[in-house]
Design a protein around this ligand. Structure first.
Ligand code: GLN
Length: 324
């Protein structure tokens, strides 16, 4: 049974959701306003295949709890989700092994780059959190032992949640990242040296590179995150995807760790649980109201979409929808 909400919370929820909003017009306004930023920043050239993505793209989509989709720009153009996939694998790993996951990965923001090695030495191969590369490699190792059909189970999860059964993994992006994946290989070997990987390093890397190479568009992503805005429930039904507590915790991790060493700045500017990827996507959750996915390939120096972050900040300014 769903728990009753405290009075103040239902008040806030009502205030948020019943206010009539023309999200289509808001998204179009945001797309127009951030246009000068689109094409600025740097595409993630360290993965050669991603360097070929046209930098002038911008897409944005909203999925609301009452089943509506709003969009602007290239919201139906698929792109490489990259680290956004870390939320999916974290979810599956928690479903598989529960709190035992936390024996192998922490829950603190790293304050370092997403692919940094330095904390691992001091912290004995226990990555700071599951949303940086080191943590996601441990999560991939957990899933190799827990998912009966491996990557197919991951695909089934995102297809079911998004309702788009044509979502796939871009094998060329995965191969491109593998060919240039020296740093991730270093991370995986380092973690393994501390005994915190149980499967062969190559298998773990293979899983990780493929999860990052999932190709999805803004509408797919907004839909796939919707249960995180709905206390773990599949919107429009009484079916829990995950427990309410788990949804709350995944949102907390996104807030504190989802944009790497920019998480503090992101909370300051946007104030929503969010996860970014070097493909230029960012997905944000407005609890009890909606999800918002944005894509633009030009990145800032911390690996977050420049126009995407600006769009999210503008969305919060225009709507007041923030957890703060
Ligand atoms: N596949 C990328 C990497 O491992 C993911 C990083 C990201 O999106 N921040 O470097």
């Amino acid at each position: 049974m769903r728990q009753r909400r405290p009075l103040w919370q239902s008040f806030v929820t009502e205030q948020r959701s019943s206010a009539p909003r023309d999200y289509s017009a808001i998204l179009q306004q945001i797309a127009d306003e951030v246009r000068p930023l689109v094409g600025t920043g740097k595409v993630a050239a360290y993965i050669p295949r991603l360097a070929e993505v046209p930098p002038d793209r911008f897409g944005i989509a909203i999925a609301t709890l009452d089943g509506k989709i709003y969009r602007a720009g290239s919201a139906r153009e698929a792109f490489s989700v990259q680290s956004i996939s870390k939320v999916f694998t974290l979810t599956l790993a928690l479903e598989a092994v529960g709190a035992r996951l936390w024996e192998r990965v922490g829950r603190e923001p790293s304050g370092n780059a997403f692919n940094s090695l330095i904390q691992l030495e001091r912290e004995q191969g226990i990555p700071r959190n599951p949303l940086i590369n080191a943590g996601a490699l441990v999560v991939a190792d957990v899933l190799l032992g827990a998912l009966p059909h491996g990557l197919d189970d991951l695909l089934s999860f995102v297809r079911a949640r998004s309702g788009n059964h044509s979502i796939n993994i871009d094998a060329e992006v995965a191969a491109s990242e593998r060919d240039a994946g020296f740093r991730n290989a270093a991370l995986a070997n380092f973690i393994r040296s501390f005994g915190n990987l149980q499967h062969p390093v190559d298998d773990v890397l293979n899983f990780y590179f493929h999860q990052c190479a999932l190709a999805m568009d803004c509408v797919d992503l907004a839909r796939t995150f919707l249960h995180l805005a709905n206390r773990g429930y599949c919107p429009g039904s009484r079916m829990p995807v995950i427990t309410e507590e788990r949804a709350r915790r995944i949102n907390a991790l996104m807030m504190t760790c989802g944009t790497y060493d920019a998480a503090g700045e992101f909370a300051f500017r946007v104030g929503l649980p969010a996860k970014s990827g070097v493909g230029g996507g960012i997905v944000a959750v407005v609890p009890d109201v909606l999800t918002l996915a944005v894509w633009s390939p030009g990145l800032d120096e911390r690996g977050n979409s420049l126009a995407g972050a600006a769009a999210l900040a503008r969305f919060v300014e225009l709507t007041g929808l923030s957890v703060f």
